[in-house]
Design a protein around this ligand. Structure first.
Ligand code: AMP
Length: 212
């Protein structure tokens, strides 16, 4: 099993790799807005800061919940939003009407594949089972060596403490190697997301759609 890219890079690799930039961030987050104010504020703050940093947003294309707040904030600050949504959800009028680009796909699987291809890195804000599904898929693809893109778990107010504990439990029980923890980087705030994206090189290779 390949080791995480974060642990593999030598200083020399880092220097040449830093010429690659993270230009588009895929954000997974809740479609519910009936949540703690801190989570709602984090979604808005991330959108504003992404636009200011010139980093485009790739996301599920919805107009509801944290997803909607995030996309609204990017657009209000003059940034670019690429929404990727299955036809069924668009037809249920859940698509964001203002997205710079709205890509309509057949299935949830197509959506997740395209989101992974289009982005240079991933960030996970608080969310529910849909967010967890996306998180574990992108994490397992990284564990299999199908991509080497940065994955940031944004632990606003400690929301993800149970998920972190579950990952520790999985490693301690022998179902994953200790290196698995390093496949996902925990950051405490939106400011730390932007600082990390600015400091990190982009991925060294694209997701190979043929392998997904
Ligand atoms: P959840 O965490 O269960 O609210 O699901 C949110 C995640 O699933 C998002 O990151 C989206 O990619 C996807 N998703 C769920 N509901 C929608 C929706 N109405 N429109 C677009 N994407 C959605």
């Amino acid at each position: 099993m390949p080791r995480p890219m974060d642990l593999q890079s030598s200083p020399a690799q880092k220097t040449s790799a830093s010429l690659r930039e993270i230009r588009r961030l895929c954000v997974y987050c809740g479609s519910s807005g009936a949540v703690d104010r801190r989570y709602r504020e984090a979604a808005g703050e991330l959108g504003t800061r992404l636009a200011a940093a010139g980093i485009g947003l790739v996301y599920g294309g919805g107009r509801v919940g944290l997803m909607g707040l995030l996309a609204d904030a990017v657009l209000a600050a003059g940034g670019e939003v690429t929404g990727i949504i299955p036809a069924r959800l668009r037809d249920a009028e859940l698509a964001h009407p203002g997205a710079t680009e709205l890509l309509v796909v057949e299935s949830m699987h197509d959506r997740k594949r395209l989101m992974a291809e289009k982005a240079d890195a991933f960030a996970i804000l608080p969310g529910g089972v849909g967010t967890l599904d996306e998180t574990f898929e992108i994490l397992s693809w990284k564990q299999l060596g199908l991509h080497d893109k940065l994955i940031l778990l944004v632990d606003i107010g400690g929301y993800w403490a149970p998920l972190r504990a579950l990952l520790d439990h999985i490693v301690e029980s022998g179902f994953a190697r200790p290196e698995t923890r390093g496949l996902l980087r925990v950051v405490p705030s939106v400011a730390a997301v932007i600082a990390t994206l600015s400091a990190e090189p982009g991925p060294s290779r694209q997701v190979d759609p043929g392998l997904l």
